[in-house]
Write a protein that binds this ligand. Structure first.
Ligand code: SAH
Length: 224
């Protein structure tokens, strides 16, 4: 995979080793990571760090998530290929690319127009099936296309789950995966909906940039 004169193949394989070591064994998820060149999703100034297992800055004070966490979250979604997915927090578009390889239909929402535009440009060379990009407040979900089989939030939400996201989940086993907690750290939480019943399970600590919106943190609380 030569780009800018650099061959990232060996670095990608070593990243995949680290992802496996963190418990990601789903071969479809690992293959989606292998097929998605992360260096295309980070600013040129940080390209040499693209295959290190770290979050990196992407502008607007936001980050591309840590790849092992992207893989863990994707695995927790248990996608079979037939799902309708809503992603909240497009960011660089890296997680978007991975999701798009594993589901039937994908809508992704971002609050910063500049990041949406950049994500669109990052994703274009990958020639993936169509993705719907929405600019707006993802804490309100995206009602026109609801219900969703999966909703993935890639920013840290306050302890109270945004009600619109629960409302827009498919009642036949739809799942919402989101980091819930304080602004500093969160618990990765998966909520499954059956009928009117909701079941939550947590999967350890994580650190995400804040989810800012009507049902998230207030902009002046986090951006001061
Ligand atoms: N999955 C992305 C993660 C980006 S960081 C990646 O790996 O590149 C989280 C993103 O969520 C940021 O781009 C931030 O702007 C966005 N975000 C935060 N609150 C949001 C909201 N209410 N609606 C939509 N996007 C939001």
């Amino acid at each position: 995979m030569p780009a800018d004169g650099i061959d990232f193949t060996a670095q990608l394989e070593s990243l995949l080793e680290q992802v496996r070591a963190k418990g990601v064994r789903d071969s479809r998820v690992l293959e989606a990571i292998r097929q998605t060149p992360r260096h295309l999703f980070v600013p040129e100034s940080h390209r040499m760090y693209a295959y290190i297992d770290h979050a990196l800055p992407i502008g607007e004070g936001q980050t591309i998530s840590q790849p092992s966490l992207v893989a863990q979250m994707t695995q927790l979604l248990e996608l079979t290929g037939s799902e309708h997915v809503l992603e909240i927090g497009t960011g660089s578009g890296y997680q978007t690319a991975i999701l798009r390889r594993l589901c039937a239909r994908l809508t992704t929402i971002e609050r910063f127009p500049r990041l949406t535009l950049q994500a669109y440009r990052n994703l274009k060379p990958l020639n993936l099936p169509p993705i719907t990009f929405v600019i707006g407040d993802g804490t309100c979900g995206f009602p026109p296309y609801a219900p969703y089989d999966r909703i993935l939030v890639t920013a840290g939400a306050p302890p109270k789950i945004p009600q619109p996201l629960l409302d827009q989940l498919n009642p036949d086993g739809g799942t919402l995966l989101l980091p819930l907690g304080t602004r500093q750290y969160q618990l990765l939480t998966r909520v499954t909906k059956r009928g009117t019943r909701l079941r939550a399970k947590t999967f350890g600590e994580c650190m995400f940039v804040p989810l800012v919106g009507k049902y998230g943190w207030k902009a002046d609380e986090v951006e001061g």
